[in-house]
Structure formats: C-alpha cells, structure tokens
Design a protein around this ligand. Structure first.
Ligand SMILES: [Zn+2]
Ligand SMILES: [Zn+2]
Ligand SMILES: [Zn+2]
Length: 265
C-alpha cells in the first residue's frame, strides 16, 4: 500500500558513535546522573499492524540491552543505514530471535554493501563447520533510490552522502529516519518536499562536523521539507538536553533513548 499508515517508533539509541557517557570523559554531560544524557548508539524500532513483527533500523553495539529495555520479543527484519561500527556491531545478538523464528532474519541493505557485510561478519556467512548458533540472515537489496516492500509496507530508500561512504535514509509513509549524512541533495529535497510530516534525523552537535549535519543543519533541513514534528538524534556529549533544546524551534526536539512516538494516519 502507498501510505500513510499507523506505526510506533521507539528510539532505541540516540547517541553518537562513542556513546554518551564517552569513555574517559569527565565533562558535565558524561558525568550527569540524568538518564536523558545516557545515549546508546543510534537505532530505532518500528512496529506497525502492517508489519509481521518488530523491525529495527541498524543493530547498535547495545542492541541486546536496547531490545531488553524495549521488551522486544521477536525480530521481523533489520534495515541497515550503513555499516559503520556504531550501526551494526550488535549484529551477533540477533541469535536468540532466530531460535524463535527458526529461519534466517531478513536483512535489508544496499547491494553495494552486501560484500562488506559478508567480510565484516564472515563467521555468519562462511561455513566453518561450527555447530553453535550463528546470526543467520537473508541479505535483501535496498534500492539506491526508490521503493521496496517489507510485508504490507512500501518503504522508500534514498542514498545520502556521509564523508567517504554513503548512507540510506528510509521513508515509511509520512515518517523518515535519516542518520549519518552531510547535507540533503537537492534532488531528495525536491522529492520529499511536503511529503515528510515526521522525521528523526541526526545532528551530533552544534559545531561543524565534516561527515555529519550539525544540529542546526538538520533543523533547517526539516524546516525546508515542511516537517511538522522532528527529533534530532545521534547526539554527542556536547548536547545538554535541557539547556540546548531552548535553541530549537517548538516543533523540533532532541531524541533520547526510550522515546516512543505513535504516528497515526
Ligand atoms: Zn553513526
Ligand atoms: Zn563528555
Ligand atoms: Zn556513520
């Protein structure tokens, strides 16, 4: 179906690649007792009556803890944005979900990344004779630009620049999840203009970053797209949730771990 549709989005992790607290750092945010500043690596959970089960975007290093916290009992599919360590190194922990499914889990990522996936997690793809449980997946291609289907849902993929690599952003109806990118190409801006009401996009920090949008670059992007409600994710320890949200427009806020968002059509 071509959307919109009902879904629930849970921010499993809202942190940048090092996570917050950052190891060895004693800044005010890294030593903060406030759980709003405890940011595991970036990932979201998508649940919808139009999907056969829970879908995650990326498997962060904290995947297991994130699944426990969100009380996720099964896993229908994984959609990968890209294969930087902070977005995929929880992959091995999908194994317990396989005991339930008894078949490989569908794993969607751009075809140019399939080989890298097989190299990075070679033990899961090469038969070594090992008899223990392995994280078995069906690698499914995601288009560079265009629609693909997960159960009853048409998901639109677009490819965005992220330094020396590229990342896939996903649109489900009126909702977009876009992380790890620098700038939205004009063609995507035109394609999505007025189509995206709800968005989670990465921002990292206010200072310039050579491979990531800053907070304000993502705020301005959302404003250009006509987003009605947005959250900035993939946040570093530079972001003080309470102090810095005052710098954001009223319809845009910072994400935090555990944030749940019901999106109705
Ligand atoms: Zn990242
Ligand atoms: Zn710090
Ligand atoms: Zn990245």
């Amino acid at each position: 179906m071509e959307q919109p549709f009902r879904m629930k989005v849970t921010v499993l992790g809202s942190g940048t690649s090092t996570g917050v607290p950052t190891l060895g750092c004693e800044c005010a945010i890294c030593t903060s007792d406030d759980p709003i500043h405890h940011r595991s690596r970036a990932s979201v959970l998508i649940e919808s009556p139009h999907l056969r089960g829970p879908v995650v975007i990326d498997t962060a290093p904290e995947f297991r803890l994130q699944m426990l916290k969100a009380r996720v009992k099964s896993l229908r599919a994984i959609l990968y944005t890209h294969l930087h360590a902070d977005h995929c190194h929880g992959f091995d922990d999908i194994r317990p979900f396989l005991f339930k499914e008894k078949k490989p889990i569908d794993c969607f990522l751009r075809e140019d990344l399939h080989e890298e996936m097989k190299v990075r997690f070679a033990y899961a793809f090469v038969d070594t004779g090992y008899l223990g449980a392995l994280p078995k997946v069906n690698l499914e291609p995601v288009p560079e630009l265009g629609l693909f289907r997960v159960d009853d849902v048409d998901v639109e993929a677009v490819t965005l620049p992220h330094g020396s690599v590229r990342t896939t952003a996903y649109r489900f109806g009126d909702f977009v999840y876009a992380t790890d990118f620098k700038g939205l190409p004009e063609s995507i801006q035109t394609r999505w203009q007025g189509k995206v009401k709800y968005m989670i996009a990465s921002g990292v920090r206010f200072q310039q970053h050579h491979t990531h949008n800053t907070v304000m670059e993502s705020v301005e992007m959302m404003q250009r797209l006509g987003v009605q409600k947005g959250y900035i994710t993939h946040l570093s320890h530079d972001i003080d949730y309470k102090r810095d949200r005052k710098r954001l427009p009223p319809h845009i806020d910072f994400a935090y771990d555990g944030l749940q968002w019901e999106i109705m059509d």
